[in-house]
Structures are given as structure tokens and as C-alpha cells.
Design a protein around this ligand. Sequence first.
Ligand SMILES: Cc1cc2nc3c(=O)[nH]c(=O)nc-3n(C[C@H](O)[C@H](O)[C@H](O)COP(=O)(O)OP(=O)(O)OC[C@H]3O[C@@H](n4cnc5c(N)ncnc54)[C@H](O)[C@@H]3O)c2cc1C
Length: 470
Amino acid sequence: METTGLSADYLVIGGGAMGMAFTDVLMAETDATVIMVDKHHQPGGHWNDAYPYVRLHQPSAFYGVNSRDLGSDTIDQTGWNKGLYELATNSEVCAYFDQVMQQQFLPSGRMQYFPMCEYQGDGRFVSLVSNGDYQVKVNKVVDATYMHVTVPSMRDPSYEVSQEARCVPPNHLPRVGGQFQRYVVIGAGKTGMDACLWLLKNEVDPIAITWIMPRDSWILDRAMIQPGAALFDNSTLGFFAQQIEAIVEADCVDDLFERLNACGQLLRLDENIKPTMYRCATVTKLELEQLRRIDNIVRLGRVQRIDGDCIVLDEGTVPTNTSTLHVDCSADGLERRPTVPAFDGDKITLQSLRTCQQVFSAALIGHVEAAYEGDAIKNQLCTPVPHPNSHIDWLNTTLANNLNQAQWLQDEGLQKWLLASRLDGFRGLLVALTSTDPDMQAIVQSMGENMLPSIGKLQAFLAEVEAEAI
Ligand SMILES: Cc1cc2nc3c(=O)[nH]c(=O)nc-3n(C[C@H](O)[C@H](O)[C@H](O)COP(=O)(O)OP(=O)(O)OC[C@H]3O[C@@H](n4cnc5c(N)ncnc54)[C@H](O)[C@@H]3O)c2cc1C
């Protein structure tokens, strides 16, 4: 089999949301040529494998790529997202990324796109369908696979399932849901919440649902992650100011979480339990109200094995039977990975620069690549923020976010870029800084006074946590 030689300025490995958002900015702000390689048949990465009823967890208004709107900024009038900005479905997200590829990237004449191909390292990739074998010569390689996203349909569960038991990924629920009398949802992250909400929306009696919850989670309220005009009605920005105030006033980590909960920053399923997980799961208050209808919650650790008549967990067993459908929602989603420099010579590694804002982060890395010279300054502007996992990571990521934001505010050119970036869900912050509205000025003043003390407080809390761990 002959190897085909190719050349371009950049090789982007991965056409998921991050690879697309990075490439979009690179192509808009430079004349660069790009080769993009991806194992999927179309752009969008994990959205091609997602369960059919998944929607974005945060508004469409700041998802996708910078150069193209996603959705129409409609406020939902019905459903459990009522009153908030629309959330694209997975088919909308896939169609959107495909349009970006077909209508923008490819017609530019600067993109060579290789779907259904796997990168092997050292500039070589091969087709997963034909005998295609390619060797590329490029100036830079962009790793847009570093987040290691795993959704349940991409792998078998990590626990054993006996032949008598029926266990499916959440993707199968719409097809087989009606055939079972009971449901066991395994996993308490956002996918588990979505599976529970799908069952409840389809009028499954909450008594027929068992929810296996190895850890309780701190949850974000979607009402506080609203873009555009909402920033000006004291909601998102007001929430942000309250968050900083809560940090400054807290006298220990537990007290901080109680304060964040009291001011609606962080929600939890059960007010009597201290959650130990935080992974940016986001719901509305209406969705939380629905989830609270499920009483049968199993807090006995992780599932080890599902037999025909019982589920074996780390700390006990619960009965099950063959007329029960087990829904595996235990995949890791986005892994907590070690951070690496975003810019390292001829390699760029896409990572979050703001917690759980991956597309914004990838676009910003694209802009920094296009507009700045030298890895030192580029890395200074692009300090990665690792994906959170435990409740303590709320402190780490909030600190890292605030330090990054402070850094960006000192760069006039970057401020202008952020203001024009539709992916920056917090761009209203920049507008607020120059607002003459007295309410807004009061919020900005409170934030200004509390920002530095809050950074010091988070550092002190984290030092305490570290000392206790030794
Ligand atoms: C259910 C869910 C909902 C989400 N909702 C939101 C939301 O509302 N708002 C938000 O901002 N973020 C959301 N996110 C996170 C975010 O949108 C992105 O999904 C996340 O950053 C993953 O995108 P990615 O491009 O990093 O990874 P992926 O989507 O995994 O893309 C990586 C691509 O690289 C390919 N690849 C890997 N290895 C190779 C190789 N060797 N050769 C070729 N190709 C390779 C993969 O096939 C894949 O297509 C959500 C995530 C999940 C899982």
C-alpha cells in the first residue's frame, strides 16, 4: 500500500467541539492551511455518540464556533428549561458542526478534512475504512483529543453484568424503555440526571426508578449561566458577585459550601447531605424539583456487579430482577487529566482555560496562536484549568478561572477580542466594567473590592486542605 504525502501549516487531530472551535479562529485570523483528521464520519466528536435526548447543558448562545451562531437565542417558553435560553439537541449540534465544515472550512480551500481516519503519531494517519495511509508534513500539530471524552455508548461498563440482567447505555432508553417495569439508573453525574429526567418526562412513576449514586454532587443552576442581556439584570453578574462575597465571608471550606448553597450558587439534591463531587453538572430548579421526586436513592458506593437478582455495590447489595432495565450512566465524561503547557514548540494541546468552557477555551487558544509570538507569552495567557472532579476542585477551578480572567483583563487587545467573541459567556462582565447604570456599578464595585481578598481566601483554604491531607 502506497503512502500519500500531504502538507499544510497545521495538523489538527480531532474534529470535536474543541478542534472545530480552535480551527475556526485560526482560519478567521490567519491564512493558515489545515489538515483535520478524525475517527468519526462527521465533525462534532462525542456528540455523534451521545444519547438522542441529550441537549447542551448550557445555552446554545455561547456554544460551537465563534464565527457562526448556534440557534436563535430563543427563550424557552415551555418545559423544564422554561424562561432560559435555548439548549441545542445533539442532532442540532452535529448538523451545526457539519455546516461549519461544509459551508465554511472546505470552501475556503485551506482545509483538507479526513473523517474516518485515525492518527498514529509521527505525522502519520490511516483510514479506518479503506487502505488509505497518509504522512503529513506540517509546522504544528494540534492535539484536540486531550480531554479524553468518554460517553457510555463508547465502551462497556467497568462492572460485570450477568447474562440474566439487562444493562444498556442511555442511548437505548427510547428504544427499549417501554418493555420494563423498573429502572435502575447507575451514575449520579449529568448523564444519570438526564436519564432520570427522560424517564420522569415520559411519565414513569418515580417509585419505579432506583438511582445509584456513589457520590452526591454539587450542581450548577443554569439560571446563573445565562448570556447576553441576562448579565444586565443582576442575574449572572449578580451571582458572580455573590460568589466572591461568599468566599470572602466564609470561615472554613464547609462554611463556604453552605454559603454558596444558601445564595443559590451551588445546588444539591438533598439538603441534608454534603456533596463530595463537583463536575459542572448543570440543571434548572424545575429539573431539580423533578429529580427530588425519586426517593429510592442508593448510596452504597460504586456498582461492582449486576447479577440476575441483585446488584453488588462497594458497601452492600440491593435487589433487582429480570424485568428491570439497568441504565449505565457511569462513564467518565470529561476526564480529570494532568495539565500540560498549551503551547510547546511545534505542539499545541487544547485544554480548558475556564472551567467547563471548552469551546471558548479552544477558540481563545486559537486566537492566542494567531495573535501572539513566543510560547512564554502564549502560555502565560493560556494557563489550563483541569476538569473538576471533587468538591474541593470547585475551589481550585474558581481560583484558576479568576487568575486567568484577571490576566486577560490586563491585555487591551485581548479584551477587545473577548468582547467580540460569542463563545465568551461572560463577556457582559467587560461591558459591565464601563456601565453607568448605578445597580451595575454597585455590583462591579463589590466585585472589585472582594476579588483580591477572595483569591487570598481560596489559596488559604486550599493550603489547609493540602495540610490536612498530609
Ligand atoms: C453530554 C455532554 C454535554 C455537554 N454539554 C456542554 C455544554 O452544554 N456546554 C459546553 O460548553 N460544553 C459541554 N460539554 C463539553 C464540551 O462541549 C465538549 O463536548 C468537550 O470539550 C469535548 O469536546 P472535545 O472536542 O474536547 O472532544 P471530543 O468530542 O471527544 O472530540 C475529540 C475527537 O477526536 C477524535 N480522536 C480521538 N483520537 C483520535 C485519533 N487518534 N485520530 C483521529 N481522531 C481522534 C475523536 O474521535 C473525537 O471525534 C458537554 C460534554 C458532554 C459529554
